[in-house]
Design a protein. Sequence first.
Length: 293
Amino acid sequence: MTDDISWVVNLRYAQITPVFEFFTWLGYRDFLFLFIPFIYWCFDRKTFGRLVLLVFFAALINTWLKDFFQDPRPDPSLSIDPWLHDNQSYGFPSGHSQLAVIIWLYIVLNVENSLVRIFSLISLVCVPLSRLYLGVHDLSDIFGGLSIGLIILFTAQFIFQKIDGGYYIKNTTQFIIISFTLILFYITWPLTSTISVVISFSGFIIGFWFGHQLDDRNFRFSRIQNTYLHYLSSVIALLGFLMINNLINSMVDHFELSSLFTDFITSTILGFYISFFALYVLSKIKLQSRMKV
């Protein structure tokens, strides 16, 4: 019963299809690639720095589980997802559903703005529903993604509460834990054909973590008082992020660099840019403040 979603065709209406296409876009790389770094630069960095790392780790876990279970998606003839083409990943658990919990429920729990909370709750419901409506996941995929997302999120919230309560983990210990976890993912990765995923995410995580530690210990960048200039600084940082990403991709294509080492280095650079380099450059043009350490 949970695998057969042929009934979903009878629920489709031309007027609401664009709505579900929008919500399903919120779970794709193109949106996350812009949204995740932007909220880190634009809002409280302690709160959203945790979310950045949480999203990276959650995406890594989701891909590992997909390749482990190798559960096929529903019949391709049912799909009307405009972003999912021939190169399909496996179905269980739904990455959109898992990340919907990680991102939008995290925001509900950690942000006080009522409008933001309302939109986050709507997204939390509509993103998983969009996967069913568009015919690319069945019910078991969605329930699996939601369940795993909840486990990851509340485990992380428990750890964050311990840290906020005074439990301190030395930087060296943090690095050892992160490195050991990523190595464990690498040696247990179910499919060699997708091993580059763990390499790329490992680079993002390590680059972001290292830049964040460098900022916290030596610079402590913070937003400037002018609200409009602060938002402008976030947009500038995002444009720089896109430029660096395109430059790296162009260099890789031009010099025909394709190796796991290259994947690791390029993603490390992007992670470091998000957590430190962008803030350092903005401080030089007076769009970030720097506290004396």
